[in-house]
Design a protein around this ligand. Sequence first.
Ligand code: NI
Length: 205
Amino acid sequence: MLGSRARALLLIAVLLGAGVLFCDVAAAEDQPSAAQMMDDLMYGRGTVGGPFTLTDPSGRTRSDSEFRGKLMVVYFGYTYCPDVCPADLMAISQALDALGPAAEGIQPVFITVDPERDTKVLADYVAAFHPSLVGLTGSPEEIRKVANSYKAFYAKVPDERSGEYSIDHAGVIYLMGRNGEYLGFVPPQTNPDRLTEVLRKYLAK
Ligand code: NI
């Protein structure tokens, strides 16, 4: 027989266990863990990308199907991102410029993972990086669905000091083919020369 103290401890352990399990289930409905998504991406498990319908800053509905015939460079980020997004978008922009006229065969797409804050600001933000960069937004549910299809993890991180939040995100640069098929990804912080080389290779195919 367990003593009352041992029983109480056991009960607490069971409740904590149930709580952990419940949290896991709740998170799983939203998105897999960051580690899981990165793992799947690295080892090429499952599909990456797929059809999406989102909205550009002018309110126009935009779908991946309108970019058929071009390579798509897809990046998930947010305009308040202090360093990772600007650096990667700059690299994409520099690579496109380095490709010259051939860059017309590439459609760069920036999908915000912060639709609550990236409203009007999104248009100016993408224009500041490259004239051909399309910024896309949608409802939080729409964005989550597209991000999950790309295995793009993101999660809000509250900043108690400012009362605002930042967003943890992977910063992977996705390359999609002329028929919308997944070609591969380039890791965050890839330098523009390397990115140019990769894009040139796929353009030549
Ligand atoms: Ni970022």
